[in-house]
Design a protein around this ligand. Sequence first.
Ligand code: GRF
Length: 200
Amino acid sequence: MRHQTRKVMDNIAIFASGSGSNAQNIIEHFNGGTKAAVKIIICNNPNAYVLERAARANVPTAVLPREELICETPGKLMSLLKENSIDYIILAGYLLKIPRSLTEMYRGKIINIHPALLPKFGGKGMYGMNVHKAVVEAGEKMSGITIHLVDEKYDSGKILFQAKCPVFPEDTPEDVAAKIHLLEQEHFPETIERYISMQI
Ligand code: GRF
């Protein structure tokens, strides 16, 4: 009987578009350890601060144009994933839609973080401060984070983890963003590690 064995070390690519605080936290959590390593940061914005964070952490980066990243035959992107033997893709503040070819190739292996409690406040246009403004305007008493698998639709894949925080009547969208940031820092790397370690 053949036994399937897990790879000793999984390789991660992080896709990010902006500041990259989550990307940095994930790099610090994994790199230098033995379970997984962030091999590359893929970014669509040449001015994104995540590129500086990656340089400081000695993680290679690739900036690819939007057209390449959203098209159904992203040749350059696929080559980078192959060259780096990428097992998992982590979306950390990544603003572009993932093409179907990639969700099919990495089924169950693309993880996103969303700064609200899905299925509420998800979908097209719901990113960054838009989410926190909508939460405050709706008079929600709770918000939080959702870490989920990525499929063909925005914010609809299987939920792996959620954590909540209170939203008080006097809270501004910026106040909510600060609470969400703390939840992200606390839970995102651990949730990725737990999920990866459960896969064969
Ligand atoms: C985070 O709030 C994340 O949940 C959302 O975009 C933000 C990215 O922040 N998807 P950063 O770039 O990781 O600092």
